[in-house]
Design a binder for this molecule. Structure first.
Ligand SMILES: C[S@@+](CC[C@H](N)C(=O)[O-])C[C@H]1O[C@@H](n2cnc3c(N)ncnc32)[C@H](O)[C@@H]1O
Length: 243
């Protein structure tokens, strides 16, 4: 059974802050890879995947071999909507971060199928990647579509959109860049709005203070959005510009 309390790392001294592992926004359920996904990891990962290291700052010009603007997607799921967006917008570079291995395998296959050259993938906790590896003001946009809603009150601390994440986004999104979140879980949408509105020193709501944004044409229907629609959940988009 999973505990939702931080895990103690006994190799650290008792009062060291790093003794407590941060509460994570995901629970890793590995799931089986299909044989196509196994092949994708063997053949496509070396070209499109990036092995993450905490001591390494990313150099996007080197990673993509050009200096185009970079869009980051946090938690892309199976990556179908991310691949579609990268295909529709070849003038920008796209970086997807996801922890779920079969989802990463699925995206690698989409990259191959669509012949994309402007998309790279990291399989790791996006919060750690943002904390350690993304240079200041280096992102043109960040998108967070249908993050796990963690509906039970005792799990709310696992929700990825928090004041801490907004701090990381303030540091890494360039002035004038965009943060776009979407959710079909109404109480989470309200909490997102509250957190983002209170970051008004760094982010301005493109829809006006306290308002949800109209659904942008650029966002394809994701798997989780389709599920939300079937369940009759209204979808809310939040689009903020970095000051
Ligand atoms: C509910 S799914 C939504 C997937 C996709 N965005 C969509 O709309 O279909 C949330 C995804 O976020 C991923 N995730 C959660 N926390 C994450 C983190 N800290 N870093 C990377 N991925 C994360 C989960 O593994 C899961 O695939």
């Amino acid at each position: 059974m999973q505990s939702d309390e931080p895990t103690v790392n006994p190799s650290q001294p008792p009062h060291s802050p790093s003794r407590l592992r941060a509460i994570r926004s995901f629970v890793l359920r590995e799931g089986r890879l299909t044989s196509a996904q196994e092949r994708a990891f063997a053949e496509l990962w070396p070209r499109f995947g990036l092995d993450w290291r905490a001591d390494q700052q990313l150099d996007f010009a080197d990673l993509f071999d050009n200096a185009r603007p970079v869009v980051l997607e946090i938690g892309f799921g199976n990556g179908e909507s991310l691949a579609q967006m990268a295909a529709q917008d070849p003038e920008r570079n796209w970086l997807g971060i996801e922890v779920h291995r079969p989802g990463v395998g699925h995206l690698l296959l989409e990259i191959e199928r669509l012949g994309l050259t402007n998309l790279r993938v990291i399989r790791h906790d996006a919060v750690e990647v943002l904390t350690h590896s993304i240079p200041a003001s280096s992102l043109d946009a960040v998108q967070l579509f249908f993050p796990d809603p963690w509906p039970k009150r005792k799990h709310h601390k696992r929700r990825i959109l928090s004041p801490e994440l907004v701090g990381l986004l303030s540091r890494t999104i360039r002035p004038g860049g965009i943060f776009h979140a979407a959710t079909d879980w109404e109480p989470y949408a309200e909490q997102m709005l509250e957190i983002l509105e209170s970051a008004r020193e760094t982010f301005v709501n493109t829809a006006g203070p306290g308002h949800y944004a109209p659904r942008p044409e650029s966002r394809p229907l994701t798997k989780f959005e389709q599920r939300g629609e079937r369940l009759g959940h209204p979808v809310h988009d939040l689009v903020y510009r970095r000051l």
